[in-house]
Design a binder for this molecule. Structure first.
Ligand code: GTP
Ligand code: MG
Length: 309
């Protein structure tokens, strides 16, 4: 799914991050444990080439624990990166970050350690900052784009944190990533089509988590297609519109919410292996597009020359 949601404050936030970077000792990138690849911002990747980086896999209470472990091992293959899964259900573990940040930078930093907290919208940046501060210093909320400007928070224990607005990037190349960001709640509701996103969830679950679906919707067998599945659960939940037709929007919204709250179970939408294959496919499609564009440009130039003769 292509995402067209890149509000002005995100562009400004990226500019501000670039300006802040020289004053920062370490970067804490927060990714969503259910989509560690799709929620990792390529714009942010540019930033942490020379600085130590902690990748926090947030909301790990909602993700499949086995896949989270796979992701931690995969992410730590990168130089200078430490990956840790966190959840607000274990605030003590989040508080350990204070000593981890100091130990990762102690050698070169005199005085306070300054850490930039960055990540996509709604991933839990401000919530984690409030836990580290021990009080509410940043506004939080269960929708994207709550934080609109950078904020510096001195914890008065040797650590200074910089909260920043959630940022996306202008073009999300991988269509699966677009869907996954929408499913997990990183995109503003008005910028997504719930019917399409609901069908994406249904198709994913039919393929990867069929037993969970059978149990949740008390079905002995499952249909082959996402549309048939949506029809069945739509009728089951009484989501009917005029003429007794299933109201797709209503049932899709229910399915998405059940996914987001982990009512369906702890489900991760991507594995390292899956995303590596997708990257190859995206690169192939981009190359094909570039070849087609060059060919049509050649044709256009040729026609122009012929007209000139
Ligand atoms: N289940 C669960 N929810 C969490 C966790 N951490 C944060 N949340 C919820 O996620 C939502 C977003 O949290 P915020 O801290 O506002 O997210 P943010 O990254 O600062 O968002 P923006 O400022 O909009 O970019 C809130 O409803 C939090 O309660 C977690 O570990 N588990
Ligand atoms: Mg915030």
């Amino acid at each position: 799914m292509s995402i067209n949601w890149f509000p002005g404050h995100m562009n400004k936030a990226i500019r501000e991050i670039r300006e802040t970077l020289p004053k920062v000792d370490l970067i804490i990138e927060i990714v969503d444990a259910r989509i560690p690849y799709s929620s990792s911002n390529p714009v942010i990747a540019e930033f942490h080439t020379r600085k130590p980086c902690i990748t926090l896999l947030s909301k790990s209470d909602l993700a499949d624990p086995e896949t989270t472990q796979q992701w931690i091992e995969h992410l730590e293959k990168k130089e200078n990166v430490k990956a840790i899964a966190v959840t607000t259900e274990q605030p003590d573990q989040i508080r350990q970050l204070i000593s981890i940040c100091k130990s990762m930078t102690r050698k070169d930093v005199m005085g306070n350690v300054t850490a930039l907290i960055t990540g996509i919208p709604n991933v839990g940046k401000s919530t984690i900052i409030n836990i580290l501060a021990g009080r509410t210093v940043a506004r939080t909320g269960n929708e994207p784009a709550i934080t609109k400007a950078q904020q510096r928070i001195d914890l008065h224990n040797g650590l200074v944190l910089i909260d920043s607005p959630g940022i996306l990037w202008p073009k999300i190349e991988n269509p699966d990533s677009g869907y996954r960001l929408a499913v997990t709640g990183a995109i503003k509701e008005t910028a997504i089509n719930n019917d399409e996103v609901g069908c994406y969830v249904a198709a994913f679950l039919l393929k990867h988590y069929p037993d969970m679906l059978k149990e949740r919707f008390k079905l002995e067998t499952l249909p082959e297609s996402d549309i048939e599945f949506m029809e069945i659960i739509g009728r089951q939940r009484g989501c009917l519109g005029s003429g007794g037709h299933v109201d797709f929007h209503r049932i899709a919204t229910i399915l998405i919410n059940e996914y987001r709250t982990a009512t369906l179970g702890r489900i991760t939408l991507e594995t390292p292996e899956m995303t590596m294959l997708e990257e190859i496919e995206v690169a192939r499609l981009q190359e094909q597009k570039a070849i087609e564009k060059a060919a049509s440009e050649r044709k256009r130039k040729m026609a122009y020359k012929l007209r000139g003769k």
